[in-house]
Design a protein around this ligand. Sequence first.
Ligand code: 5AD
Ligand code: SF4
Length: 458
Amino acid sequence: MAKKLFIKTYGCQMNVYDSARMADVLRPLGYESTDSVDGADMVILNTCHIREKASEKVYSELGRLNRAREERAARDGGRMVIAVAGCVAQAEGEEIVARAPFVDMVFGPQTYHRLPELVARASRAGGVAVLDVEFPVEAKFDSLPEETSPPGATAFLSIQEGCDRFCTFCVVPYTRGAEYSRDADAIEAEARRLVAAGAREITLLGQNVNAWHGRGLDGRDWRLGRLIAHLADIDGLDRIRYMTSHPRDMDAELIAAHGSVDKLMPYLHLPVQSGSDRILAAMNRQHTAEDFRRIVDRLRAVRADLALSSDFIVGFPGEGDADFAATLRLVSETGFASAYSFKYSARPGTPAATMENQVPESVKDERLAGLQQLVDGQEAAFHRSKRDATVPVLFQSRGRQTGQIVGRSPWLQAVIVEAPETLIGAIAECRITGIGTHSLHGEVLDDRRRPETERACA
Ligand code: 5AD
Ligand code: SF4
């Protein structure tokens, strides 16, 4: 009988991708994915370490899991394997074993291709946790099996991992390790398989994805703009996106691709973190607010309908009122379709954690609220700007109410329409008839399956 595997994913899209690949690795061992802890034979928490809140969640979840395991054993004598994967496992492996000694396996993001071996070791270990937090990143991509998880209309494809930028607040260079890029031929092969399995949109993933540089099909070193242009030639692939990027790695070729590759969607997530040059320098971002503005201008010059999203940190050590005002100014001047703002969270082992002038929590709260209010207004204005527009929507799933289906506009807005489910997986032109807080309502104008070669009008 098949064994049941439940993976709970925290954090970023890279973890979502990794969870799917862990399921692929475990499938030949007889594990089938399930969407609840109930009756699961193995539970993996794929964890996130980026902010304190994210990592603390793991320990409370582990407590709940241990109780679920005991109940299960009492009920039917079944055994549930508990594993912790991802970035908390990488950063706090030993601590997890000390704080939650009932855990069976702890393994980092670079080792899940070795899961079969780890599962065997765990079953021999008889209740003693086995730990694997090594860093052989190349081996992982080379030795993963081909994906067997069905992708749906939209798919993630991990092309790059790790980061060499060392922003002073960030744990990624420590948990995910040095920058590593996959070669273009392996990426193309995976993209073709995803498209053959039904994906029409692919999001290229990496912690610092636009730092991607790999061996191209011509043997030369390619950068991301070239890779995107190459992938755009794949028939049946209609939409390409990439995330997350660093402003310093937005090179001329990549900016040009936004103007010349129609399949590259006009929506870019480009974190800037702060609008203050003093804080940007303390963050080791290696660019100024003006550099960011210039990049945005160049992008908009080649693609007028490009919408931007970003990440911001408020309350970085030493951030004063004038610094925060500079951030608000940058947001007002740039105009974002969406943005994520976070209170600075000191992460052990990062340079900023020991900086002087840590900002009080109450000030962070106030700034967060102010920034979020500004950004919410911009997001609402962006949604409103699409009223009565005709936009191509890629339908992905059923809606909450019967008869509704939901898809995404080129700008990642959720669009809800009343239409037959047969449209799921297709792109249809829709007129936007209503604007909600987090979604748009529309009607289908034309349900012919068509490649997205035309520009959507804004
Ligand atoms: N504190 C708060 N936010 C952080 N981020 C990364 N590290 C921290 C931290 N220590 C935010 C950044 C990044 C996003 C993924 O998370 O804004 O772009
Ligand atoms: Fe972290 Fe991104 Fe900076 Fe890399 S570029 S250190 S992933 S915030």
